[in-house]
Design a protein around this ligand. Structure first.
Ligand code: UDX
Length: 440
């Protein structure tokens, strides 16, 4: 099939590359000249494992093109995906200006029947707004062209977006147009060979399904984080509690690890947007607001433990921070707990030495001008003069560090393990003072 994808960000690029990989012809469009120039030269502006190779392969095979020309992209395609950003506005609601602008532009170039697909995460009812905008533009043009608006939310995880797209748990397609539904099913069938995971439903249900899924996942995290606080207070061990709890097959072990709180571009934004949607209809969401509040506090739990150990005044003390990205396998630092933690430490007078395996460019943007933060070349360099190490992001290379080497470098042997990666007993035996999240 011939596909256009409007927006060459993280979702747009993954979508473009994966559809091309499956044999479709894809034109990926963006307004940002620098970005398109980079992509045309085969350079991918974001870090996502496997993405650059896939893009290059499909560009060489001439199945994937990058352009600034929306008109050509729209007119040459049967299906047009809108994958532009929906950043949170001041009140937390999703800002739809880019989605609506894309709809308007698509409508101004529409020359024959096509399917227009909303891939961006948008509040329930947005497909109707897109529909209205397209109709308005077509009316103004004085033309009558058949088109269908479909909602097809993405469920991609940063760091495994390619795998998630190529073998999805499910594909949600929201449409009230049976013909459009069948075309979308044909497009996605090759990705769902082993299972019928293509779920066709009402447009508003599809839009809601995305928010419900992300909010539920965030709820699991805040729930286990809250239990970890109680474990700390009652001297129970969250690792044991987790096993005792998650072995119930109705609960399960996945996505219920305590830590320093969730971050990233999706959970914080989507929950805020759902809270906002909820308040708009006069319903005060109690669970969702609690999930958010618990998470904001959780980002400071490690700092509380630092205070309890070293006191409130950290002047003259250096802390080593391992991991800056909001999770491993990405360079994304949006809403990252590391930023909150480092800023809190600095506010108490500390200096920080930090390292992340891939997020150092991003870190420069956040901390480049901050004299209290030194960005180091590797994790061991951060330890020089450090009174403690804080593990924030559980990159593989941090999981089994050389503790002996650490002992020799650090000024004081204290570990604050924000992701419960180390065995408390083993590190204590090596002479470290250990603090985890809800660990005994
Ligand atoms: C998420 C959703 O998983 C995805 O389906 C959606 O499309 C976009 O949002 P992503 O933001 O890439 O994906 O990250 P994810 O892997 O879900 O992790 C989110 C955050 O939760 C991270 O900060 C992570 O460290 C944290 N987390 C995750 C925990 O603290 N504990 C867990 O058990 C799992």
């Amino acid at each position: 099939m011939k596909i256009a994808v409007i927006g060459s960000g993280y979702v747009g690029l993954t979508t473009s590359a994966c559809f091309a990989e499956m044999g479709n012809t894809v034109i990926s469009v963006d307004k940002d000249e620098n970005k398109i120039e980079m992509l045309q030269a085969g350079k991918v502006p974001i870090y996502e494992p496997g993405l650059e190779d896939m893009i290059l392969r499909n560009m060489t095979a001439k199945r994937l093109n990058f352009t600034l020309d929306t008109k050509q992209a729209v007119q040459d395609s049967q299906i047009i995906f809108i994958a532009v950003g929906t950043p949170p506005g001041e009140d937390g609601s999703a800002d739809l200006q880019y989605v609506i602008a894309a709809a308007e532009e698509i409508a101004s170039y529409l020359n024959e029947p096509k399917i227009i697909v909303n891939k961006s995460t948008v509040p329930v009812g947005t497909a109707d707004l897109v529909n209205e905008k397209i109709q308005e533009v077509l009316n103004a043009r004085g033309v009558d062209i058949n088109y269908a608006v479909v909602s097809n939310p993405e469920f991609l995880k940063e760091g495994s977006a390619i795998d998630d797209f190529m073998s999805p748990d499910r594909v949600v397609i929201g449409t009230d147009n049976p013909k459009a539904g069948e075309i979308m099913r044909t497009l996605y069938e090759p990705f769902c060979r082993t299972n019928d995971r293509i779920l066709i439903m009402g447009i508003r249900s599809a839009e809601m399904a995305k928010y419900a899924a992300n909010s539920f996942l965030a709820t699991k995290i805040s729930f286990i984080n809250e239990i970890s606080r109680l474990c700390d207070a009652y001297d129970a061990d969250i690792a044991e509690v987790r096993n005792g709890m998650c072995s119930d097959s109705r609960i399960g072990y996945k996505f219920i690890f305590p830590g320093v709180g969730y971050g990233g571009s999706c959970f914080p934004k989507d929950i805020k947007a759902l809270i906002n949607m909820s308040r708009k209809v006069g319903y005060e969401p109690r669970i969702l607001t609690a999930v958010e509040e618990v998470n904001s506090e959780q980002k400071k739990v490690l700092v509380e433990k630092v205070k309890a150990h070293f006191g409130k005044n950290l002047k003259g003390k250096t802390f080593a921070v391992w991991g800056l990205a909001f999770k491993p396998q990405t360079d994304d630092m949006r809403e990252a707990p590391s930023v909150v933690i480092i800023n809190e430490l600095i506010a108490m007078g500390a200096t920080v030495k930090a390292y992340d395996p891939v997020a150092m460019q991003e870190a420069k943007k956040v901390f480049g001008n901050n004299n209290s933060v030194t960005l180091c070349a590797d994790e061991y360099e951060t330890l020089k003069d450090a009174v403690a190490m804080l593990l924030i992001t559980e990159w593989h290379q941090f999981r089994y560090p050389d503790f002996e080497r650490m002992s020799k470098i650090m000024q004081q042997k204290v570990i604050f393990d924000g992701r419960n990666q180390y065995n408390p007993k083993a590190v204590k035996e090596m002479g470290f003072t250990y603090y985890g999240i809800g660990r005994r």
